[in-house]
Design a protein around this ligand. Structure first.
Ligand SMILES: Cc1ncc(COP(=O)(O)O)c(C=O)c1O
Length: 374
């Protein structure tokens, strides 16, 4: 890896690189657990079109939440019927664009969003399918910002809202509610909340006629240890079409950032190691305290602690405390687990360029996205 990394560094830092073999093996592993399921890769995790093409080749569909994500997904040449359109605030224009482009399945989690689907479908004289996203009220052990299905979540229909939807169902002419959708959060390491949630989805599904799809969303942590869940989902797939929408699990550990030390200054209790990469390239540590292993390419003989920070004008631009060899200016480091919600959440804040993205396979590399300024 080191020789390749040194070659990559000639392209300038910071840059993202992804390992194609790992992307393929993650997809294959997930398919082997969930044999009869429809897997929709959550495009928000990483929307580079070359990466999307790998998932398409693996036979996965796509889950999108905006017109922009839909355009990227369609660029792979995927059949639009293998795309589902989610989101709690779709606009008229987005729904119209999606229907024009052959999308047939939409979720909704409010009565007005359901009515919007009906209005647009009617105007375009197209029949579409809808999945009701519900709150499963399952608390998960993750960062509060990554909880999505508790009572106070902005996502999902509450019990009262489900009743409202049921009361209005007869008004629907072009939209058919064919499924129940849940997504309980992200970076969840334990199967239990998924299992509890599945039973709640099943229970709610009984209140509707015509339910043929159960969509359990995404949320698996990279190191998720599957035991009982595949059995439950595979069993349910004898009666329903079962969907999952993983993002992080498929892509997080395939991506890295190569960065350079640009300053070393005195700090307390440890010196600061300032990288040429910060929250504009990887916001997860600042946004929800995410920990990303950071390694020196000089090797891992631990010599001293550093507080690793970025160059951005924000005090929250901190990766954390790390034990590293003695570091010098211009030394290279690799930040791990950056494949999901890394580049897609990056910004031009502080007038910075968006980093380069590179795909590695068979010991070679290909630039899959140029640096971009504004
Ligand atoms: C509705 C929905 N599905 C799937 C995902 C993917 O989640 P993860 O990357 O944790 O698997 C998300 C993430 O926010 C989501 O909101």
């Amino acid at each position: 890896m080191n020789e390749l990394v040194l070659n990559l560094s000639k392209l300038g830092t910071p840059l993202y690189f992804y390992e194609k073999e790992k992307i393929v093996s993650n997809a294959e592993k997930l398919k082997s657990y969930f044999k009869n399921l429809n897997i929709f890769y959550a495009v928000k995790a990483n929307f580079n079109v070359e990466i999307l093409k790998i998932f398409k080749e693996q036979g996965l569909g796509f889950e999108v939440v905006s017109k922009g994500e839909l355009i990227l997904a369609l660029k792979t040449g995927i059949n639009p019927q293998n795309i589902i359109f989610n989101g709690n605030g779709k606009t008229y224009e987005e729904v119209k664009f999606a229907i024009e482009n052959g999308i047939e399945i939409f979720n909704f989690d409010s009565l007005d969003q359901l009515i919007l689907l009906e209005e647009v479908a009617k105007l375009m004289n197209k029949n579409i399918k809808a999945l009701a996203r519900i709150k499963t009220l399952v608390d998960v052990e993750t960062h509060p910002h990554l909880q999505t299905s508790i009572f106070t979540s902005k996502f999902g229909l509450s019990d009262e809202e489900i009743d409202e939807v049921l009361d209005n169902i007869k008004l629907l002419k072009k939209v058919k509610i064919v499924g129940i959708h849940s997504h309980i959060g992200s970076n969840i390491k334990d199967e239990e909340p998924f299992i509890k949630s599945a039973y709640r989805v099943l229970k709610i599904s009984k209140a509707f006629d015509n339910i043929e799809i159960l969509n359990f969303g995404g949320g698996f942590a990279v190191n998720m240890n599957f035991k009982e869940l595949p059995k439950l989902y595979n069993e349910l797939s004898n009666k329903f079409k079962v969907f999952i929408e993983p993002g992080r699990y498929l892509i997080a550990d395939t991506g890295f950032i190569l960065a350079k030390v640009v300053s070393i200054k005195r700090g307390y209790p440890h010196d600061f190691l300032v990288l040429d990469c910060g929250m504009s390239e990887l916001i997860r540590p600042a946004l929800y305290g995410a920990y990303h292993p950071i390694k020196s390419i000089k090797g891992q003989t631990p010599e001293r602690f550093y507080i690793i920070v970025g160059p951005i004008c924000e005090s929250s631009d901190i990766f954390g405390e790390y034990l590293l060899p003695n570091m010098n200016l211009n030394d290279l480091v690799i930040i791990e687990n950056c494949g999901a919600y890394g580049y897609t959440m990056s910004s031009n804040y502080n007038g910075r360029e968006k980093p380069l993205e590179v795909l590695i396979y068979n010991g070679n590399y290909e630039i899959i996205n140029d640096r971009k300024f504004i």
